[in-house]
Design a protein around this ligand. Structure first.
Ligand SMILES: *Cc1c(COP(=O)(O)O)cnc(C)c1O
Length: 401
């Protein structure tokens, strides 16, 4: 018997064969993709229960990926904000973000399934670069689907993927952005499933992806919980904060604290793509979740200063955690994010990814408003480093002076 722990009250458990998180999740795919999803779910269940798979994954994440990433206490910024701020440093992982955890996991799984080709969707290019990295490491072929508009906006990442040996296919359908790239990757997967694994980049899409990607990212939360216990004399932080686009870095750190009932969980969306707070339930990319749509049910373009948060939905488990009240969903606007980007640079010598700067922006505002009590212990998942965003921030700031 499979126990559906999310409906029996435990947080962030195994969603069972239906892949449901409360009323969200599921597997809304064409008939032709159902066998591929079922094969993948079975392979993942088998691998995840196999100590040799877990040991190989841990070894690669350690010796190639740079794990465990440290937790850094921010002395100067803590003093300024009147709280105790800690950062889980995913910016220090290989390729500069948490994305590597997922692609190494899926790459190893694909190899175990006998697939020789990885395909992926990408928006800004970061997940494409991570998948191309995993493909190079495992000696696999790699094709990345990217909206044509994004290939023009993110030329350097296209070149990065090519350097890593991947082929980038511009997608000309629809709005020619991430949403269309996901559709195209799903279509390509149907046509090539015998030898191809679709390496999806966040906790979204049809079952088993939302669950599987969360499990691959849960290493962040497991490490952080241990590290915080050492830093906080056995206690858990009062608040755990992460930015959320699709929601994988947030799910990864939340997973480590789901049963830490003293820790409040906060996910920060971009205000122009706040699926949980402004979206309504609907179906997109194989899942039922909270989506931003117009009155006629048309999916809207998310808009944010950070390309990595430009997704019109969020993973289904987040919509469920919001329903349960286990996690809170808030948003930060571009202006506050730009401020936070500079604040962390000047006070701590760390340039955060613009995505991660959303989490810092919320913390700074909540400390200033008193929503975070003086002396509160706050752990932020710093999902990535900001080097990729420096030219964009320069252009915005210079355009003003
Ligand atoms: C891709 C990305 C995100 C957004 O993706 P999630 O699945 O929400 O984590 C956030 N931060 C960085 C640095 C990213 O590269």
């Amino acid at each position: 018997m499979t126990t559906d722990t999310t409906t029996t009250g435990a947080f962030m458990g195994d969603p069972g064969p239906t892949g449901r998180f409360g009323e969200f999740g599921g597997r809304y795919v064409p008939e032709s993709l159902v066998p591929a999803c079922i094969e993948l779910e079975a392979a993942f269940r088998d691998a995840w229960a196999d100590p040799s798979f877990r040991a190989e994954l841990d070894g690669i994440l350690r010796n190639y990926g740079g794990r465990p990433t440290p937790v850094t206490e921010c002395g100067r910024l803590s003093e300024q904000l009147g709280i105790r701020l800690f950062l889980k440093r995913e910016d220090l992982a290989h390729t500069g973000s948490h994305k590597l955890n997922n692609v190494i996991g899926q790459g190893l799984l694909a190899r175990r399934m006998g697939k020789r080709k990885l395909i992926a969707e990408t928006g800004a290019g970061q997940h494409g670069v991570a998948t191309a990295t995993a493909a190079a490491l495992f000696g696999m072929e790699c094709i990345v689907y990217m909206g044509e508009v994004d290939t023009q906006r993110q030329e350097l990442n296209v070149f990065r993927m090519e350097l890593l040996g991947a082929t980038v296919v511009p997608v000309t359908a629809g709005s020619r952005t991430l949403k269309d790239a996901v559709n195209e990757a799903l279509r390509a997967w149907v046509a090539s499933v015998d030898d191809t694994h679709y390496c999806l980049g966040s906790v979204m899409g049809p079952h088993p992806y939302p669950w599987m990607v969360r499990e691959f990212q849960s290493v962040i939360g497991e490490e952080a919980r241990e590290q915080c216990r050492i830093l906080l004399d056995g206690a858990d932080p009062d608040v755990v904060v992460a930015c959320a686009g699709g929601g994988s870095n947030a799910a990864g750190i939340f997973a480590g604290f789901a049963d830490a009932t003293g820790s409040e969980l906060v996910a920060v969306e971009a205000s122009g793509g706040a699926a949980v707070t402004t979206g309504i339930p609907g179906i997109l990319h194989g899942m039922r979740s909270a989506l931003i749509q117009d009155d006629a049910g048309q999916i809207l373009e998310a808009e944010s200063i950070s390309a990595g948060l430009d997704y019109p939905g969020i993973g289904p488990e987040h919509a469920h955690l919001a329903d349960l009240g286990r996690a809170r969903y808030v948003s930060a606007g571009d202006e506050a994010v730009l401020e936070a980007f500079q604040l962390l640079a000047r006070t701590e010598g760390i340039l955060p990814a613009l995505e991660s700067a959303h989490a810092i922006a919320w913390v700074a505002a909540a400390a200033a408003s008193g929503e975070l009590a003086p002396g509160a212990t706050v752990l932020v998942n710093l999902s990535g480093r900001g080097d990729k965003d420096v030219a964009q921030v320069r252009d915005i700031l210079r355009g003003r002076s």
